[in-house]
Ligand binder design. Structure first.
Ligand code: NAD
Ligand code: IPM
Ligand code: MN
Length: 357
């Protein structure tokens, strides 16, 4: 299997190095190699060459690779974020990666930011629509830079787009034996676009009588995610709201550095990345938490059908948390590379086995 690896910018490079280390460890153990091809697309590459990605870039990703792993994109020198738009949002649009799958699973009670809550209370998934909404950048600026400026940014909601992500949420719940789906929108204020979400949600929910389908306005969802996250199993929402609530989800897992994601078109080449960004102040300092990236590599393996390898990675990450082999953002004292080394070492030689001998 061939994987395109795009470390990108800032801490994207730091955490990708650790995810790669862990991928190498697990594929060595199972004897099923992965062919990793590194692509230089990043702010540095754009500033040097004027190219964000080559003209055949999306075709190459789609046709030549089984999956894509991305660190993060974003650099203060690229003010308009053009390269991130072309590479990350471009891949989401052009490869039609309509499911943004963001599991929110607390792996250690000690990491829970909420009082008297723990692992049993933080275990749900968010499905974020990933190809529409305000992200399509339809609109424009009139009289830009003047006191008369008008800026328009349209939100696109199509039946096709809304239907497929809502259906995906219900199908996921069904296959995982879950019984609760919650859709969040802002249909009280956005009475056109979000009326479509209301209509489709009701129609699809009626096809799944075994699943309790609830609805919350997005502001209330944000509140309940903090107050009582244990009530959620599957959340489905639009592109922008999904972006925002999954940063809350990151915090519920102990910090943004813990959160993993997949940008998926079922059955096609998909892209996996941590939820966090390039965090420029942390870049290159061996302090970024690599767990979100490492867990994203597990999601990638799982989606490729290599479930046993995904589980090995998740087990090793949990062991690192138990052993306190973590970065400072989650209370440890190790560096990025030391955490990656520890997780890779745990995969090669699990501590349970070491204790047993
Ligand atoms: P960010 O996620 O990069 O960082 C926000 C804060 O979260 C950091 O300052 C840090 O305190 C913490 N954090 C994030 N990841 C961490 C990690 N692995 N370990 C420890 N702490 C971590 O968000 P931002 O500062 O809003 O954005 C920085 C740049 O990243 C921007 O250019 C933005 O557009 C971009 N971005 C890219 C992606 C992506 O490529 N998928 C995602 C989000 C933001
Ligand atoms: C994410 C990021 C991106 C998004 C940015 C970098 C455009 O925040 O993947 O969560 O908003 O989708
Ligand atoms: Mn985000």
């Amino acid at each position: 299997m061939r994987i395109a690896v795009i470390p990108g910018d800032g801490i994207g490079k730091d955490v990708t190095a650790e995810a790669v280390k862990v991928l190498k460890a697990v594929t060595e153990v199972t004897g099923r190699p992965l062919e990793l091809e590194f692509l230089p697309w990043s702010a540095d590459y754009y500033l040097e060459t004027g190219i964000t990605l080559p003209p055949d870039g999306y075709d190459m990703l789609r046709n030549d690779f089984d999956a894509i792993f991305l660190g993060a994109l974003g650099d203060p020198r690229v003010k308009d974020n053009r390269h991130a738009r072309d590479i990350l949002l471009g891949a989401r649009f052009e490869l039609d990666l309509y499911v943004n799958y963001r599991p929110v699973k607390l792996l250690s009670d000690a990491l829970c930011p909420l009082k008297n809550r723990g692992r049993k209370d933080v275990n749900f998934v968010v499905f974020r629509e990933n190809t529409e909404g305000v992200y399509v950048s339809i609109g424009g600026r009139f009289k830009a830079g003047t006191p008369d400026e008008v800026a328009i940014q349209e939100e696109i909601n199509t039946f096709k787009g809304v239907n497929r992500i809502i259906r995906h949420a219900f199908e996921f719940a069904t296959t995982q034996a879950l019984t609760k789906v919650c859709m969040a929108d802002k249909s009280n204020a956005m009475q056109q676009g979000h009326a479509l979400w209301q209509r489709v949600y009701k129609e699809v929910a009626a096809e799944y009588p075994g699943i309790t389908a609830s609805h919350l306005y997005i502001d209330a969802l944000a509140m309940f995610l903090v107050k009582d996250p244990g009530q959620f199993e599957v959340v489905v929402t639009n592109n922008l709201f999904g972006d925002i609530v999954t940063d809350i989800g990151g915090a519920l897992q102990g910090g943004l550095g813990m959160a993993a994601s997949g940008n998926i078109h079922p059955g096609r080449t998909s892209l996996f990345e941590p939820v966090h960004g390039s965090a420029p102040p942390l870049a290159g300092r061996n302090i970024a938490n690599p767990m979100g990236a490492i867990l994203s590599s597990a999601l990638m393996l799982e989606t490729l059908g290599r479930v046993d390898e995904a589980r090995q990675i998740e087990r090793a990450v949990e062991a690192a948390l138990v052993a306190g082999e973590t970065t400072v953002d989650i209370g440890g004292s190790r560096g990025t590379t030391e955490v990656g080394d520890w997780v890779a070492g745990e995969i090669r030689d699990p501590s349970e086995r070491r204790e047993g001998t």
